[in-house]
Design a protein around this ligand. Structure first.
Ligand SMILES: Nc1ncnc2c1ncn2[C@@H]1O[C@H](COP(=O)(O)OP(=O)(O)O)[C@@H](O)[C@H]1O
Ligand SMILES: [Mg+2]
Length: 314
């Protein structure tokens, strides 16, 4: 396959301004963002609340229009409509008709998507099975838990067997079991060769699920690539907790090794680069400190994300 056909989503220099009201100053929410998603991957569009994730997704879905820039899905400009039957979409906080049963809800969408009449019943039964709701198909949505609603929402997005699934915050508001169920669904979908584009602000889910991420903070992309490459660039560090050292000597050692310092009543703590741990320990012991503990600290996506947030805020 060519490089181009491997690209399922391509976003180029998208800008979005909102005008809060007549005469009011426009607010720039997306500052020229670019990224791409490859076929068959689980792509995480990651960022804190208000970063612009849902806005980007709405632009891709054709629900709102970009101020400038362009984007394509499956090689088609998003202004076209023919490709839309190959994509599924779970909006953020979707609205459900809570007097419908799960089965009726899916039937409604199957009709809407033009599934042939003779196939609807079977398709809906298979979908209920696929999202783990076979037992609850005839219950009303108002009796569904948050996790069940997310799953029926994903069922809705899968009704026409799409190539690409767009999920806006599929994990939000779910307990650990609910999150695991959604993860399993996403993995199953990927194992069938499909592509997933999901937004999230939950980093543990990103670390577990995503093959590739783009991190967006305040409407700007801060990073795109594999989550693990992102982590590799971070310097590993360690925490050394110790006691019994005079403050002036402590300060000297801290300066020599560029250690970050935290003091409590009982103990002091140095944060140092991993490859300097031996030297710092030697210096501390030489001056008569008692070392209480040494703990390696792996940079997590969480920390990196926080750094990106701080840098984005400057
Ligand atoms: N229709 C709108 N009018 C004005 N501002 C909006 C509108 N929709 C979103 N915003 C603003 O755009 C920013 C990004 O929002 P959103 O895309 O929902 O972020 P995220 O999904 O990452 O939490 C927020 O500051 C939000 O208040
Ligand atoms: Mg959102």
């Amino acid at each position: 396959m060519s490089e181009l056909s491997q690209e399922v989503v391509r976003v180029e220099d998208i800008v979005k301004d909102f005008r809060p009201g007549l005469g009011l100053k426009k607010k720039r929410v997306l500052h020229g963002i670019s990224f791409s998603v490859r076929r068959g991957e689980i792509f995480g569009f990651v960022g804190p609340n208000g970063a612009g994730k849902t806005t980007t997704l709405k632009i891709l879905m054709g629900l709102i229009f970009a101020t400038s820039g362009k984007a394509s899905i499956l090689g088609h400009d998003i202004g076209e409509s023919s490709f839309r039957r190959h994509i599924g979409y779970l909006p953020e906080g979707p609205y459900f008709y809570d007097y419908l049963t799960g089965r009726e809800f899916l039937r409604f969408y199957a009709k809407l998507c033009g599934v042939p009449r003779a196939q609807i019943a079977e398709r809906v039964t298979n979908l209920l099975e696929a999202v783990g709701l076979a037992h609850a198909g005839d219950e009303r949505l108002r009796n569904y838990s948050k996790g069940m609603l997310q799953r029926i929402g994903i069922g809705q997005a899968l009704v026409h067997d799409p190539q690409v699934l767009f999920l806006d915050e599929p994990m939000s508001g779910l307990d650990p079991i609910g999150r695991k169920e959604i993860r399993d669904l996403i993995w199953q979908f990927r194992d069938r060769g499909k592509t997933i584009f999901m937004t999230t602000h939950i980093l543990s889910d990103v670390e577990m699920l995503c093959d590739s991420v783009a991190i967006i903070v305040k409407g700007k992309i801060q990073y795109q690539g594999a989550p693990k490459d992102f982590l590799k660039n971070e310097r590993h560090s360690a925490e050394i907790v110790f006691a019994g050292l005079e403050k002036s000597i402590q300060a000297q050692i801290a300066e020599r090794f560029q250690a970050s310092v935290r003091d409590s009543d009982e103990h002091s703590q140095f944060g140092v680069a991993e490859d300097q741990v031996d030297d710092v320990l030697r210096a501390l012991l030489e001056k008569g400190a008692q070392v209480v503990s040494v703990t390696p600290r792996r940079a997590t996506l969480e920390m990196i994300f926080l750094n990106a947030v701080q840098e984005g805020g400057r």
